[in-house]
Design a protein around this ligand. Structure first.
Ligand code: NAP
Length: 450
């Protein structure tokens, strides 16, 4: 069995003088930060990207919708960074159980948390622990083959689903529930989820927003897609909309989104599935005998400062599946100050303190698109560069980590190992699909012959 030493030859680092940076998490925020550090330091930095999974790219692999391959293509940019000589991927290593933050502080000049926000914000309603209520992290992780959620098995043998939230994740979930098998051609949705979705009996997808059409967090391109689905049509009630003249006050992107919503009202109702937008609809309870059967919703109105408040009017939405798409949280890590109210690491402009930094969703919470992480990572890289000039390092970095992992019997996965996993996933893809992902860590490691 190969141990920690297996990744050492990728870089002859570990020299004093140069700077050693550990980036925890290999998603977009992590790679943009690595890219920026490389640009600033040149050969004077060695970067280890530590990930608890044996596969890189975080949200690009397991968050971005599988039918949005053009967005996923950004991984090629990260691959370039990953293949450069002063960056290593150290996969299958979990900060906490395998290596502590205190260990990392000993080994690296700076430690950057790019761990994203992989946990669902809890719905916290009476009955929200009933089977059939799932968070979007779990649901999205399921169809994207994330090892944590591969066995989710959401109930699709029901007539209706409720999707809570009016953001892009709610749109992704509604669209995935609505698509036919042929509409997934060219996607990398995992085969098991594709089969389950094809057999689904869901015909109505309620999309519930607690505020109105002018308060949605959906972007135009994503919203527009709903108007062109093979077997599903969106529906809105124009009575929920403010006067059309008010649209002129919206910023252009939002105006376009609202214009798509208005257009939905004029679409023919000749498709078997319905995506029903219910605005001013605040879920207050989940009910059912042993599994979710209905969502109790309270009608809301807007306050002057555009918050939603209940009107007291309640009604039931019959549904056998509830997917809550109401945002995410960063899981705390021992030794890293945490801001509980906001579900992210406590930081000031990315600086946590004591050589610790945060980027991406771990820094600012779950907002923005993939591209938002680029300036974010570059800004934190500048801050690190100012605090740790190229000369003067005395840490051992990667070789020190290898020694420690080896002593603990932890066997990391290097980038070239990942490339073998990737080749195996490509090799077993169904026709037209770029890959068939392995959905367990054991399968990924087995693909390496370990
Ligand atoms: P989001 O954009 O913040 O939307 C969350 C939604 O949940 C909002 O409509 C919010 O309503 C609602 N909500 C929050 N708490 C609620 C509660 N207790 N009850 C009912 N509704 C509640 O978050 P997201 O959709 O998870 O997306 C996260 C980020 O990823 C966003 O920046 C998004 O644009 C991005 N993303 C982008 C793409 C893409 O570009 N294709 C795809 C997916 C995600 P209020 O507004 O009333 O708070």
């Amino acid at each position: 069995m190969r141990r920690g030493a297996s990744i050492a030859p990728e870089r002859q680092g570990g020299v004093a003088q140069m700077r050693h940076v550990a980036i925890i998490g290999s998603g977009p925020a992590g790679y943009y930060t690595a890219e920026a550090l490389q640009k600033l330091y040149g050969d004077s930095v060695a970067i280890d990207m530590i990930d608890r999974l044996p596969v890189p790219y975080g949200l690009i692999r397991s968050g971005v919708a599988p039918d949005h391959q053009s967005i996923k293509a950004v991984y090629k940019r990260y691959e370039k960074v990953a293949l450069s000589p002063n960056v290593r991927f150290v996969g299958n290593v979990c900060v906490g159980p395998d290596v502590t933050v205190a260990d990392l502080v000993e080994l690296y000049d700076a430690i950057v948390f790019a761990t994203g926000a992989p946990n669902d914000r809890p719905l916290g309603l009476p009955g929200s622990d009933l089977p059939g209520v799932v968070g979007s992290a779990a649901f999205v992780g399921w169809y994207n083959g994330h090892p944590d959620f591969a066995d989710l098995d959401p109930p699709l043998d029901v007539a209706a689903a409720a999707v809570i939230g009016n953001g892009n994740v709610a749109l992704d979930v509604a669209r995935i529930l609505a698509k036919t098998r042929s509409e997934f051609a060219g996607s990398d949705i995992v085969g098991r989820a594709l089969d389950a979705l094809e057999a689904s009996s869901i015909r109505t997808i309620h999309v519930l927003g607690r505020r109105g059409p002018h308060q949605i967090a959906m972007t135009p391109k994503e919203l527009g897609e709903l108007g062109h689905l093979e077997a599903a049509a969106p529906r809105v009630d124009l009575a929920d909309f403010p006067p059309q003249a008010d649209d002129a006050l919206l910023e252009p992107g939002m105006r376009k989104s609202v214009s798509h919503l208005r257009d939905f009202a004029g679409l023919p109702r000749d498709k078997p599935k319905l995506i029903d937008f219910d605005f001013f609809a605040m879920p207050v309870a989940v009910e059912g005998e042993g599994r979710v059967e209905r969502l109790i919703v309270e009608r809301t109105k807007l306050t002057e400062d555009l918050r939603s408040v209940g009107t007291g009017e309640r009604y039931a939405v019959e549904c056998g599946l509830v997917v809550s798409c109401i945002g995410y949280q960063t899981p705390p890590i021992e030794g890293v100050p945490y801001e509980h109210g906001r579900g992210r690491f406590a930081n000031q402009d990315g600086v946590i303190g004591g050589g610790l930094y945060a980027v991406g969703w771990a820094r600012r919470g779950p907002t923005g698109t993939i591209g938002t992480n680029r300036p974010d990572g570059f800004e934190v890289a500048d801050t690190i560069f100012a605090a740790y000039p190229p000369e003067g390092g005395s840490k051992t970095g990667g070789p020190g980590l290898d020694t420690l992992l080896h002593a603990r019997g932890v066997e990391p996965v290097a980038f070239r190992d990942w490339q073998r996993i990737e080749a195996a996933e490509t090799g077993r893809a169904r026709e037209g699909s770029p890959r068939e992902k392995f959905t367990s860590i054991a399968e990924m490691i087995a693909a390496l012959g370990r």
